[in-house]
Design a protein around this ligand. Structure first.
Ligand SMILES: C[S@@+](CC[C@H](N)C(=O)[O-])C[C@H]1O[C@@H](n2cnc3c(N)ncnc32)[C@H](O)[C@@H]1O
Length: 236
């Protein structure tokens, strides 16, 4: 459990890190995952029960890929919020080019500038793991969701099957920081990635956290040998 000072320090470091790697983020994201991240976002969105003219909030939206992918629901409104403004700037360009109606803005998932019960769907891809205080972020998500609203979280996991786990951890802890570091010039950022996944409450532990915050009908779906998971829950 982080103290308040540690939370603030973590958030500051994290924001600076994503601001620094923003211009390489999309390329490295797709390159290091072999493009499978598109599939993961697509699979995650399939978990949602479509709602007519939904209002959708994408937390830790970064350069906006998840917010843009939500277009397929023809939502009334998609808002993407992130603390790293350099990531948002790139996302805003992508939104403009794709003629989406998504609105991307600066905003802290742990202290959201929105009224209670104002969204039908709150979602986040590869974002929650980076929060300073994960339960705090989930509580805020719960607060801004309408009753019956849906929470969707996509994030990395460590596979449990021994051989797959060995190969994957070798790639994730050794190769990825090396290649990511060489291309971005920010090796620390790509050493942080596997560390943040190790520290993240994965699978059943994350479902327990959702339950404690008050979400119901919670589930976890593991993807691609368990290296990524989709978490889904509802507000009562
Ligand atoms: C790995 S990126 C994910 C970006 C995007 N969702 C995607 O699918 O590629 C993580 C993002 O989380 C953001 N972030 C971390 N903590 C946050 C917080 N408390 N509130 C909002 N955004 C946060 C970072 O600034 C960064 O842009």
């Amino acid at each position: 459990m982080r103290s308040q000072t540690q939370i603030e320090e973590h958030k500051k470091r994290n924001r600076e890190m994503f601001n620094t790697i923003a211009d390489k983020y999309d390329f490295l994201n797709h390159f290091l995952s072999g493009g499978i991240d598109y599939y993961w976002r697509w699979r995650a969105l399939k978990k949602l029960v479509p709602i007519k003219e939904a209002t959708i909030l994408d937390l830790a939206t970064g350069t906006g890929d998840f917010a843009l992918a939500a277009r397929r629901f023809s939502p009334q409104r998609v808002v993407g919020a992130d603390v790293a403004l350099e990531m948002i700037k790139l996302g805003v360009d992508k939104v403009r080019k794709s003629r989406s109606n998504a609105v991307l803005m600066g905003g802290d998932a742990e202290n959201l500038p929105f009224r209670d019960k104002s969204y039908d769907i709150v979602m986040s891809a590869f974002g929650v793991r980076n929060f300073g205080h994960i339960s705090g972020g989930l509580e805020e998500s719960h607060r801004v969701l309408r009753p019956g609203g849906q929470l969707l979280v996509l994030d990395f996991c460590e596979p449990t099957f021994p051989i797959v786990r060995g190969i994957y951890l070798l790639y994730f802890r050794r190769v990825l920081p090396l290649v990511g570091g060489l291309i971005s010039g920010e090796r620390q950022a790509y050493e942080y990635l596997p560390r943040s996944v190790s520290d993240f409450p994965q699978g059943g532990d994350f479902v327990d956290l959702m339950k404690r915050v008050g979400f119901i009908e919670n589930s976890v779906t593991r993807l691609t040998f368990g290296i990524c998971s989709i978490y889904y829950g509802k507000k009562c």
